[in-house]
Design a binder for this molecule. Sequence first.
Ligand code: FAD
Length: 464
Amino acid sequence: MNTVTTPAQAARQELPGFKGQLIGPEDANYDEARKIYNAMIDKRPALIARCADPDDIAKAVGFARDHGLLLAIRGGGHNGAGLGTVDDGVVIDLSLLKDIQVDPDARTVRVGGGCTWGEVDAATNEHGLATPSGIISTTGVGGLTLGGGLGHLTRKCGLAIDNLLEADLVLASGERVRASADENPDLYWAIRGGGGNFGVVTSFLFRLHEVDTVVGGPTFWPIEDTAEVLAAYREFLPSAPRELNGFFAVTTVPPAEPFPQELHLRKVCGIVWCYVGDEKDAAEVMAPLMDAAPEPLMHGVQPMPFPALQSAFDGLYPAGDQWYWRADFVKEIPDEALQIHAKFGAEMPTMQSTMHMYPIDGAAHDVDAADTPWSYRDAVWGSVFAGVDPDPANAGDIRKWSVDYNEALRPHSAGGAYVNMMMEEGQERIRDSYRDNYDRLAAIKATYDPENLFRVNQNIEPKA
Ligand SMILES: Cc1cc2nc3c(=O)[nH]c(=O)nc-3n(C[C@H](O)[C@H](O)[C@H](O)COP(=O)(O)OP(=O)(O)OC[C@H]3O[C@@H](n4cnc5c(N)ncnc54)[C@H](O)[C@@H]3O)c2cc1C
């Protein structure tokens, strides 16, 4: 008698030699294993294949394909839209792929597909080196890199994809390939912004830069000064040297050290700085902005190891909160937009809700729009409107604030959005975000994944 009833049970029978773990709803660790960062998304996969190596991944890919099951790839599990998991399908969980090898002479780091950025930063900082990533250390290398990668080093070193030298993948067919400038160059082009559409990346090779101690931290002004500070910032930042990154934010001062008690829970606007260089030069470079803006409430800028800046927000944004976010590319900030930021900044619904504008100029502009799929090289900022709170009862309020803020600014946006900061917003928005590069992506998708097996993502549909 055949007693197999669930995909997890079938997988245990059909995948002999699987070295990792095959976790199904009947297992004690299922609820823990299916959790992702954004608690607003609560999906129940039929099977979580926690893979130990590329052979396991090829087996799990084949199992999903042969059983006609939806397949999600989970790197760090941070995706806002929850694209690292899926209802009733198979999740390929890469969290066991943690190998990190730094080559200080070649200035490279090879990173397993399941690493988080904090793990990579700690390893490279031992050699006084870093590669660009984001602003929170718990984010996965996989998703952040494959979608682009905006962060504290964008102006000096470019996007994460601009520093990706090669990647090893398991394709929809189960075949293992390398993508680099010399091997499968079409695939190499596509994965630098095209997301997890083309295969499961088992390892990444990144270029490293001499970045050790940086001068970083926030400057805060009263929320009532938002329009004035943002006006000064829009003039200042594009002409500032590349060594200086500073993203603009509306936020609430956390009720914790090192913030002065009198500022706790105060709504503010601010700039979060990262200067690659020494403290004296940082002050000189920031001086034109500090002279043009009103008197700040706090200027908390100091030298720190790069990993300390990279993890400075980790405590404020732990896993398990409710998240709803929207995003837009921005080329200019007209006066009308200043007023909209001032209005929505004053209306932030919860302590963790925030708006960030990440710079995309400097080294990110050295790469042409068609050199990678990431076409918005002419944008100057990527905005994200993030409604965040631990309490599910506030999910409606945070969603409404994020959507209303984003829609009020849409007339002043450049068009598409950074795919890593979108929710599931439909095919047209995805096309708008890749612009002229979409058709080339769709043609490469047809070569490497003609059946669209990898479709739990910001999906590129294979060209017919
Ligand atoms: C708190 C927070 C802060 C963030 N800060 C930044 C930031 O500063 N800069 C920035 O650029 N982005 C930032 N992001 C956005 C982030 O880049 C995306 O959410 C990204 O998708 C997260 O990657 P992940 O591997 O953790 O996600 P997952 O949910 O695991 O995966 C997301 C997507 O990537 C694909 N994927 C992941 N790993 C692989 C792999 N190895 N092979 C193939 N496909 C893979 C999956 O298919 C899925 O579609 C932030 C997100 C959060 C929640």
